[in-house]
Design a protein around this ligand. Structure first.
Ligand code: SAH
Length: 357
């Protein structure tokens, strides 16, 4: 019986594993409880972050990622300033209160200064109205501060795997991929005062249910304000693809993702959690299922459609050809169908974060 665990405040590792191992009726019970907890601590509002995939030039070679530096099949691009500002204007026109700027990892000064300038400019043209989340990888403390002072207030940096050994099975072991550096970056973001998000991929080769339980405990220990977790989707032009036949099925990976969201909602009731686009790639109703399991954020894509095929971090990404306005009405309908409502014209800050201030 899991009834008792579903009402327990401070879940321990063995209990988390028990919940992550549920199937059938018990799994449904878990989702019903996590939805109840979300509605109790938060509400039925879904926050939006318009996603701008700024560029795919990348100095890293993560073994799972389709745009890794080592993949020479990818056509590399960087949006122009005007294209980025147009995306921001579109976000305002669509009443998205917030945008997220994501890209491959670059730390050269031309790049970091350009981002500072773009953040300032987006703030200027929106009269400070648009919230800005960055997801631009590992940077120095100085750069993170520069971007924060320019007006970015949230930052996403997934740890990818909180178990160091697993981390090095999915990243090359070299000076560009350092588990401790990534961890340190998350700590720096928290220290600077960003609403900080992290997360992991689910269903990776070599990953165990113990690893996943440890990931959840890691999020709680770090006391982050936001978490983004999604299923791992093998990309055929990456080294990790050789293990594709050994990972759990798409259904299993999606269900495990939903269970991770649900258990984390029980553990950290007030954080923001994303229903990832990767969920929808595995199941047309994947994002709705994630919202019903306890997620409360969706990131509709604002990237100009001609670039989207070049930002395939994993294959068959959902909504690649949808224009942003189509995307908005589609989301409205989808959320209403599950008794949720989109929150327009708001930053949608994490309650966990704002309460802690
Ligand atoms: N360069 C930035 C942004 C990375 S892309 C950074 O390092 O933070 C955003 C996320 O996509 C990554 O953090 C990773 O968790 C996810 N991702 C990459 N490849 C993937 C794959 N094959 N399947 C599922 N998710 C993937």
């Amino acid at each position: 019986m899991i009834e008792e665990l579903l009402h327990q405040e401070n879940l321990q590792k063995e209990e988390i594993i028990r919940l992550l191992s549920t199937t059938g009726e018990e799994m449904k019970q878990l989702f019903a409880r996590s939805l109840e907890v979300k509605l109790q601590y938060l509400d039925n509002k879904v926050h939006l972050r318009g996603l701008i995939e700024y560029g795919n030039r990348c100095s890293k070679s993560c073994l799972y990622c389709g745009v890794r530096g080592g993949n020479h099949k990818v056509h590399r691009y960087t949006l122009t300033d005007e294209e980025v500002l147009d995306c921001a204007r579109q976000a305002m026109d669509l009443h998205y209160g917030s945008i997220a700027l994501q890209s491959g990892e670059r730390s050269d000064k031309a790049f970091t200064d350009k981002i500072t300038e773009l953040v300032r400019e987006i703030k200027r043209i929106s009269n400070g109205q648009l919230g800005i989340t960055l997801s631009l990888g590992e940077q120095s403390e100085e750069v993170y501060r520069q971007w924060f002072e320019a007006g970015a207030h949230r930052y996403l940096l997934r740890i990818e795997a909180s178990n160091e050994e697993l981390y090095y099975k999915i990243h090359p072991r070299d000076e560009h991929h350092d588990f401790h550096k990534r961890l340190h970056c998350i700590e720096t973001l928290l220290k600077i005062g960003y609403q900080t998000g992290t997360g992991v991929m689910i269903g990776l080769p070599f990953q165990t249910v113990e690893d996943l339980a440890d990931d959840l405990l890691f999020f709680r220990r770090m006391d982050v304000a936001m978490v983004g977790m999604g299923p791992y989707i093998p990309h055929q032009d990456t080294p990790l693809y050789q293990y594709a036949s050994q990972i759990p099925s798409a259904d299993e990976r999606l269900n495990m993702t939903l269970k991770m969201i649900a258990v984390l909602r029980l553990m950290m009731p007030e954080i923001n959690m994303v229903a990832a686009t990767a969920d929808q790639t595995l199941d047309p109703l994947g994002r709705e299922k994630a919202i019903m399991a306890g997620a409360n954020v969706i990131m509709p894509n604002l990237t100009p459609t001609q670039y989207r095929e070049d930002y395939l971090i994993y294959p068959d990404k959902a909504c690649v050809s949808d224009a942003p306005d189509q995307c908005q009405s589609c989301l409205d309908i989808r959320m209403h169908a599950i008794q949720h409502e989109i929150l327009y014209d708001a930053w949608g800050d994490s309650v966990a974060f704002t309460k802690g201030r």
